[in-house]
Design a protein around this ligand. Structure first.
Ligand code: NAD
Length: 494
């Protein structure tokens, strides 16, 4: 039986006249259907979120009540871990081990973390000034549109929603049209916790058809977007019409630097994770590995040996280490980058094609791919491929490595592999990236902010700073001059 999901608007599950098939990328076949939002549904969702914000049913409840709602959502996700993990794997193709142990529990943990910390982070402040007292109030932004990509459908939606709700906003979540299912399941969980109507609305649909209506509407106060650079730029344009608060989490072309005194086994294993997890479809994928020349050959040999052992397959199989890419279109994009790299003269050391295995022929699989002898001017060194394709370069001086790492329009993440941590910290200081991992990769914590620089966007998610993005700071100044006679009393006081 095909699964079916309606939209979630104003506390009700609502069918629309248009439906869309959801494809399992491991088989290329449809396994679910969703209702697709059109103009009417966008209007209904904006209306619902606006009214729910303006009538104060969420904004004005006590912080401890807000906390309880978020804790219930967290528990609701945990109660359905297996079901959600399976759904995420069916929809994205990523291995079930990743969805079961990372995506789903991390989503629950984010709701739990912000539930338990919102009272601490959202405290108002009072400042005593020379002749006045200032009250600084942390208020919600209002109606927030949350737009998320297909690579971590539930996790990124949970980051955004937990923070936005913790601050008292009402939200409209728009998942990627390729991967809306776990977001719609989240809607079911939210419906059971009894949140006031209209606080959370979830609508599916392609960005091309409903993005502009959502992002340019005057009733929307903020947009929190995670996705590609090109769509990010369009959202900047839409939002400029009414001047909205924005968070932009965009693409990356991240580098790692592996120095000769690194723990080589750790550096090899970490580098495999940093490009092949989730089939390389990670904004923080380390797609440029820079290795000090004395250990380059050994690194390459070990990295290649282990790359060849990666087990491709259907993500539902616990043995699978790499699933398919999200879609045929994405695979064609990756293949075009591989062909371009070859014509530009990069050396293809491994992969670069659709696997021969007949059991994989219907899915959108692609081999883990390794290039060497790359020039920094080549497209493969500059553009975000968003697939399992890595460049391995060698360097002889640290300055050269820093220059290569920073030679990118993006500045999202980096990783450094070296035993001497004080040397690593000095190096990290010189690398242009929003998050830098030393002797590890891909660790995200709810306690600390995350976000890139340059073309990778602006604004933070997670941590105190991430949470406060979803608030606006109001300053109330109360006169405290002696005898209540401030300057304004004298200026025209003739
Ligand atoms: P995408 O930009 O194509 O789509 C992202 C979201 O935007 C989807 O929900 C899509 O439907 C929507 N969208 C598309 N056109 C729109 C429009 N005109 N108006 C409004 N919304 C629109 O990105 P993707 O292909 O889903 O994801 C891959 C990209 O996301 C990569 O570039 C990756 O680096 C980036 N990403 C960044 C981060 C980060 O934290 N920096 C995290 C994950 C993914």
């Amino acid at each position: 039986m095909t699964l079916y999901y309606p939209l979630y608007i104003n506390g009700e599950f609502r069918d629309s006249s248009k439906k869309s098939d959801i494809i399992n990328p491991a088989t290329g076949k449809s396994f679910a259907q969703v209702s697709v939002a059109e103009e009417n549904e966008v209007e209904a969702a904006i209306n619902a979120a606006r009214q729910a914000f303006d009538n104060g049913t969420w904004r004005d409840i006590s912080l401890s009540e807000r906390k309880n709602f978020l804790l219930k959502i967290s528990q609701g996700i945990l109660n359905k871990t297996q079901e959600l993990a399976k759904l995420e794997t069916l929809n994205t193709g990523k291995p079930i081990k990743e969805t079961t142990f990372m995506d789903i529990p991390s989503a629950a943990k984010t709701f739990e973390y912000f539930a338990n910390n919102l009272e601490k982070y959202l405290k108002d402040e009072t400042l005593e000034l020379e002749s006045a007292q200032s009250r600084l109030l942390r208020q919600p932004q209002g109606v927030v549109v949350l737009i998320v990509p297909w690579n971590y459908p539930l996790l990124i939606a949970a980051w955004k929603m937990a923070q936005a709700l913790a601050c008292g906003n009402t939200v409209i979540l728009k998942p990627s049209s390729l991967t809306p299912l776990t977001a719609l399941e989240l809607g079911k969980i939210i419906d059971t916790v009894g949140q006031p109507k209209g606080v959370v609305n979830i609508i599916t649909g392609s960005g091309d058809s409903i993005g502009e209506a959502l992002c340019s509407d005057k009733r929307v106060d903020m947009i929190s977007f995670t996705g590609s650079n090109s769509v990010g730029k369009r959202i900047l344009e839409y939002s400029a019409r009414n001047v909205k608060k924005l968070i932009m989490e965009l693409g990356g072309k991240s580098a790692s630097i592996i120095l000769k005194d690194a723990d080589l086994e750790l550096a090899v294993n970490g580098s495999l994770c940093s490009i092949f997890l989730n089939q390389g479809q990670m904004c923080t994928a380390i797609s440029r590995i820079l290795v000090e020349d004395n250990i380059y050959d050994k690194f390459l040999e070990d990295f290649l040996t282990k790359t060849k052992r990666i087990k491709l397959g259907n993500g539902l199989n616990y043995e699978t280490q790499m699933g398919p890419l999200i879609s045929d279109e994405q695979r064609r994009k990756v293949m075009a980058y591989v062909e371009k790299a070859k014509t530009e003269g990069a050396k293809l050391l491994y992969g670069g094609k659709i696997p021969n295995d007949p059991s994989l022929k219907n899915g959108f699989f692609f081999e883990p791919t390794l290039f060497t002898e790359i020039k920094p001017s080549m497209q493969i060194f500059q553009k975000e491929v968003f697939g399992p394709v890595v460049c391995v370069n060698k360097f002889s001086h640290l300055e050269e490595a820093i220059e290569l790492a920073n030679q990118s329009d993006f500045a999202l993440a980096a990783s450094i592999w070296i035993k001497d941590t004080s040397k690593a910290l000095d190096l990290a200081n010189k690398i242009n990236a929003g998050i830098i991992w030393i002797n590890t990769y891909g660790m995200f914590y709810n306690e600390v902010p995350y976000g890139g620089f340059k073309q990778s966007g602006f604004g933070k998610e997670l941590g105190r700073e991430g949470l406060l993005e979803y608030t606006r700071l109001k300053n109330i100044v109360i006169d405290k001059t002696e005898n209540a006679k401030p300057l304004v009393n004298y200026w025209y006081g003739f």
